[in-house]
Write a protein that binds this ligand. Structure first.
Ligand code: GTP
Ligand code: MG
Length: 193
């Protein structure tokens, strides 16, 4: 798949704010600060399209980016960021759940994991739940540029084992590694090739 255009459309909190044009959606899910927004920017070749930050909790709403006028990338707030007040955390979780449970437009869920961190309970449960929901899931292991050689190999192996998966996409938003394979997989999930 080739990305020709990318436009920010809307920042939504509640369902009533989501786009209503019925285009298919690819949703990015993962912990705070794992690199979801950076991944979108790398795929679309636009550094500042999705806002990123070195401190967790940058994306606080559900952001819809229309790609090629054909589908949306949906950038969710991250989960598991302990340093925000519990009330804020709960409202983010509610926002994420409301989207994931009721959105018929979702054609593909991209779970984003950090190459330096073995998935814990939260990710494993999320992965199983998404699998059970029948939506194609692509697992992306990002920040691979932060590890090298044996360490990266071992980490990829541990993550695959923890989730029981075979074919994650190893990715780096900084180096662009994994970009082509991920675009290909997204194209397949969207039926575009
Ligand atoms: P929230 O919106 O807070 O949930 O975070 P996010 O998952 O959208 O992460 P974001 O894209 O904002 O990136 C977090 C930090 O990680 C930023 O400082 C990025 O520059 C950095 N980062 C993201 N991807 C990569 C990568 O592949 N390699 C390296 N070295 N840094 C990365
Ligand atoms: Mg973000």
């Amino acid at each position: 798949m080739k990305i020709k255009t990318a436009e920010f459309i809307i920042s939504a909190v509640r369902k009533k704010d989501y786009p209503k044009d019925g285009l298919p959606e690819v949703v990015l899910i993962g912990r705070s600060n794992v690199g979801k927004s950076s991944l979108i920017n790398t795929l679309v070749n636009r550094k500042g399209l999705a806002k990123t930050s070195s401190s967790p909790g940058k994306t606080r709403t559900i952001n819809f980016y229309r790609i090629n006028g054909e589908f949306f990338f949906v950038d969710l707030p991250g989960f598991g960021y302990a340093k925000v007040p519990q009330s804020v955390r709960l409202s983010w979780e509610k926002m994420i759940e409301e989207y994931l449970e009721g959105r018929a437009e979702v054609r593909c869920a991209v779970i984003v994991l950090d190459a330096r961190r073995t998935p814990g309970d939260a990710e494993t449960r999320l992965y199983r739940w998404l699998e059970g929901s029948g939506v194609p899931v692509i697992t992306v292991i990002t920040k691979t540029d932060k590890l090298s050689g044996n360490k990266l190999t071992k980490s990829l192996r541990d993550i695959k084992k923890a989730l029981g998966i075979k074919d994650p996409v190893a990715f780096s938003a900084v180096k662009g590694h994994g970009k082509h394979i991920l675009l290909k997989r997204l194209g397949e999930a969207l039926g575009a090739g």
